[in-house]
Structure formats: C-alpha cells, structure tokens
Write a protein that binds this ligand. Structure first.
Ligand code: F0G
Length: 351
C-alpha cells in the first residue's frame, strides 16, 4: 500500500508501543515540507515550511494525540480531559471519538477561535468555558485528573511529546539530514521540547549527523520565557499561544541552550504581517499563532542573526481555517455584480 499509515505505524520502532497496543489513529503526520520561495529570497537561505495544518484536525496536536489516546486506551481509560487554547481540545475530541471515549475540555472563556470551538462541539466533547486563562484551565485539568477517573492528555503527558517528536523525524527523512536551524512558535512549550527530543534521538542513532539550533518565538504579550517570569494576564491576538506560565518551560530552555539557539518574542503586528505574507506570497494559509515562527525568522534576519546559505525549517503549526476572522478583518468586501459577463469582466479589470 502507498497510503501513509499514521505516525505510530510509520515510526513504531521509535515509540513506546507493543504489538498489543490498540492504536487509535486518524492517519496523522506525513505533512508537506514546502520550500518557501519568498522567505528563501529574503533570507538568502533554503527555507522550508513544515505545514502541520495539513493534519486531520488541522494542527500538529494530532501527532501527540494519537499517542496519548492510544496509551490511555491501553491503560483502560474511559475518559480523557485537557485544558486548551483550542487545538488540543479539537484534536482530543476527534481522537476520543475514534477510541470510543468521553472527552472533557476546559477552555478560557471567550478566548478560543470559533473553528476550534466548532470542532470540540461537533465531535461531542463536554466543554467547560473557564472564567480564567489557559494556565488556570491547566491547573484545573491537572487537579481533576488526579482526583477523578479521567486521563490528562495535555503535553505534560509524556506520550504527547513522544508522538510530536515524529515531526523532526519526517524533516530529517525528507532532507537527508537535520536542518541548520529549526524555528517554532512557543506557547506551553511542549512542541519545542518534542522536536528537540526527535532531533537528538535521530542524531544519537546516526540517522542524522547533527542537531539544528532551536529558535522559539513567543508573542510579546505572552512571553514568560523571554522575560524570565510568569505573565499573570497574557495577551495576544494569537490565542493559541496566549499562555503565561508554560508547563514545559524548563525543557524549552534546555532545548534552547543545548542547541545553541534562542527564544525571543514577536509583536502581534509582526505576527499578522507574517500571517498575511504566508497567505499572499507563499500560498500557505495558517492561523496567527503559526505565523510567529515566520515572523521570528524575519525579525532574526533583520537583526543580522541569519547567515545566508543555511537550511532553515519553520513549523507552521495550525490551519488558517481555524480562525478565519483575521483573514476577513481589514480586507475589502468583495463587490456584488449582476449575472452579467461584461459587468463581471469590468469589475475584474479584464477589459
Ligand atoms: N501553534 C498552535 C497553532 C498551537 O495551538 C499551539 C499550542 C502552539 C503553536 C504552541 O505549542 O504549546 O507546544 O508550545 N496550543 C495548545 C492548545 C496550548 O491548547 O491547543 P506549544
């Protein structure tokens, strides 16, 4: 068969599963590594986009969720719970359906994108909007999982990191070696932790010859790692990474320091500018948080931190359809025309 089999089957020997593990999958992974024309031109580098919005529920979370739900099922769990800024809940909801489990989600009230809320709803999860931010939701979810029969599927669950590390494997498999630099948006810091684990495992086993420098970017209103202290009331239009006290803070710093990389911040303005550039110049529609990686690369290039001739991969973490408000906002309303070819041609500037 030529069909991609999902990350557990494709990387079975590198994941904590046995022949008896009941694999719960939507055939996630195998996402495109798209050469970025304009970004390559602007930086003098070979820049690629790892398009994680092409996963079954539209974000990289599916890689972690196939593992987390599979291991929960193996352990006999009947219900799972997560805190989320939207994508984790969308993914948990879908994989819980596949597993025949109940899914409970805690989201910050009024602060998740409509598409993500729609996913959690349509997959039949039990949603609570918490009068607080993501960090409050995670504290609540942790407490519930400790005191009630429900398994936590946030990235503090090590199975999530195991699943998500496969994105690094795919990149090395596609390029023949690790890139010089890997750029990621950082929120709860699970993904940068997972990529680093994947890269270092491949290097340790000689599949690749080196590790990339890891560059992470937080939104400037939600940049605790950059500031060196938790942010009580995190703000950013990139709601996916509106997080003030990341659970994998220490691991992210370890990835940064061991790789010789850095973690910096980008403003909402820089995020939206990269978001529009990706859509209008590269043909890749991502959600705002995803554009933080590209905004960060452009910022680093302007600051002279990008040596030409390098191979650079930017992960774009989620699909633009999740949060289409930003695509519509500020754009001119399309003109209305009668059913008339001449009028249409005129409006299109064809005559
Ligand atoms: N990009 C998107 C689209 C995300 O949804 C997230 C995290 C990140 C980047 C940051 O990844 O947390 O591993 O550093 N979303 C989580 C959620 C918090 O609940 O969906 P991270």
């Amino acid at each position: 068969t030529h069909q991609w089999r999902g990350i557990i089957e494709e990387y079975r020997d590198r994941l904590p599963v046995t022949a008896d593990t009941p694999v719960v999958t939507l055939l996630e992974g195998g996402t495109p590594l798209v050469p970025a024309q304009l970004l390559s031109e602007r930086t003098g580098c070979d820049v690629y986009l790892k398009v994680e919005g092409a996963n079954p529920t539209g974000s990289f979370k599916d890689r972690g969720m196939t593992m987390a739900i599979t291991k929960a099922k193996e352990a006999g769990a009947q219900a799972v719970i997560c805190a989320s800024t939207g994508n984790t809940s969308a993914s948990a909801a879908a994989y819980a359906v596949r597993a025949g489990m109940v899914c409970a989600v805690l989201v910050p009230q009024g602060k998740i994108a409509l598409g993500k809320m729609g996913q959690a709803l349509v997959h039949g999860s039990r949603i609570l909007q918490v009068d607080g931010n993501f960090d409050d939701c995670l504290t609540l979810a942790r407490g519930l999982s400790e005191n009630y029969p429900v398994a936590l599927v946030n990235s503090v669950n090590p199975s999530r990191i195991e699943g998500q590390k496969t994105a690094a494997f795919e990149i090395v498999d596609a390029l023949g070696d690790a890139p010089d630099v890997h750029v990621l948006p950082v929120g709860n810091a699970g993904n940068i932790t997972a990529y680093w684990k994947g890269y270092t495992e491949y290097a340790a086993d000689g599949v690749s010859t080196r590790n990339p420098r890891m560059w992470g970017f937080q939104a400037s209103g939600s940049a605790p790692i950059v500031l060196g202290a938790p942010v009580k009331s995190p703000q950013t239009i990139a709601t996916a990474i509106r997080i003030g006290n990341p659970a994998s803070w220490k691991q992210a710093e370890l990835a940064r320091d061991a790789s010789g990389g850095f973690i910096d911040s980008v403003t909402d303005r820089q995020i939206l500018s990269a978001y529009r550039l990706l859509a209008s110049r590269e043909g890749v529609f991502v959600e705002p948080a995803s554009a933080a990686s590209v905004a960060g690369l452009l910022k680093a290039a302007e600051e002279g931190k990008v040596d030409p001739g390098q191979r650079i991969v930017c992960t774009v973490t989620g699909n633009g359809l999740k949060d289409p408000d930003w695509a519509v906002a500020g754009a001119p309303q399309p003109v209305v025309v009668p059913i008339d070819a001449e009028a249409a041609a005129k409006q299109l500037g064809l005559v």
